[in-house]
Design a protein around this ligand. Structure first.
Ligand SMILES: C[S@@+](CC[C@H](N)C(=O)[O-])C[C@H]1O[C@@H](n2cnc3c(N)ncnc32)[C@H](O)[C@@H]1O
Length: 283
């Protein structure tokens, strides 16, 4: 990403979540603030590509993935809260609005992102009139160089209590060293801690048609200044989870997400098979 610039991929994801609220029924992700937060950008014009193209098959597939992964991590978070977790860390939060619509009264939310992206988000929240609750804490940092426990600790996070982490749309933009440091920091946390994240499988692990889709994605994100840097196969991620100290993990592909969140729809919304996988790793 260009130094000091807000994340363009974060904006694209946010536009897809907004399009979901405006167009799709029933909702997979119920997030009215997804529209509000991008309203100042839409008002400027030129940013409504996702909304204009929302009926196109490719647009539908990407939108399904974006809302499916957010819904999955929020469902996993809800399970963690039921088990007593009271800290939630959104790694690479972008324009994710969970922290502003958090329905868990005792849950402290920490958002970590590049300083420029986080400042841009805070400006958008203010311009959209979305209040920042007292239990939402902003932690500006770079995953490739930060000390996660120290940075979170400075914002009030208690490293002796379990926490749930989400890390969506981020691992593929990191160095392997940066990915390992964050996994090790979470994996060395207390029992009951967990992380939901997504990752991209390497090109050579995919059938030819999925390679073409991955190539297209790689071109688009590179053009946005955020090239794909880390692609790992399921067995490599399993090894990373084990080395980082996690006890169990699960992986979901497009078919698994479709069964869970898109079954029985008549509007064609759903994921197409591809390189992306969702994962949760538990301590
Ligand atoms: C594709 S966006 C996803 C945003 C959000 N998770 C969502 O689902 O809407 C990737 C996010 O990760 C952040 N990011 C990428 N690399 C990062 C790094 N090395 N340190 C901190 N944040 C990073 C970007 O600023 C951006 O907000």
């Amino acid at each position: 990403m260009e130094h000091g610039q807000a994340s363009k991929t974060a904006m694209r994801v946010a536009m897809r979540r907004a399009a979901h609220q405006m167009i799709d029924r029933p909702l997979v992700l119920d997030d009215a603030s997804a529209v509000k937060i991008v309203a100042p950008l839409l008002a400027l014009g030129g940013h409504n590509y996702e909304i204009k193209r929302s009926k196109h098959a490719v647009s539908k597939a990407f939108r399904s993935y974006m809302v499916g992964r957010s819904r999955y991590s929020e469902d996993e978070l809800a399970r963690a809260v039921e088990c007593g977790v009271r800290q939630y860390v959104v790694l690479g939060a972008g324009l994710d609005t969970f922290g502003c619509r958090n329905a868990h009264p005792d849950l402290q939310v920490y958002e970590v992102d590049f300083p420029a992206t986080q400042q841009w988000k805070r400006d958008l929240l203010q311009r959209a009139g979305i209040a920042v609750p007292a239990n939402l804490h902003f932690v500006p940092a770079d995953f490739d160089s930060m000390d996660l426990p120290d940075a979170l600790g400075a914002a009030g996070f208690d490293r002796n209590r379990p926490a749930f982490f989400s890390w969506l749309g981020v691992t593929m933009y990191l160095t392997l060293g940066g990915f390992r440091r964050i996994m090790a920091a979470i994996g060395s946390g207390p029992g009951g801690s967990a992380v939901s994240f997504d990752f991209l499988m390497p090109r050579e692990a995919l059938p030819a048609c999925e390679q073409i889709t991955l190539d297209g994605l790689a071109k688009r994100v590179a053009a946005a200044g955020e090239p794909l840097t880390l692609l790992l196969a399921e067995e490599e991620i399993a090894r990373e989870c084990r080395q980082a100290g996690f006890e169990r993990w699960e992986f979901l592909d497009a078919a698994a997400l479709n069964r869970r969140y898109f079954a029985g729809r008549t509007d064609g919304l759903g994921l197409v098979p591809g390189a992306a996988r969702l994962a949760t790793a538990w301590k």
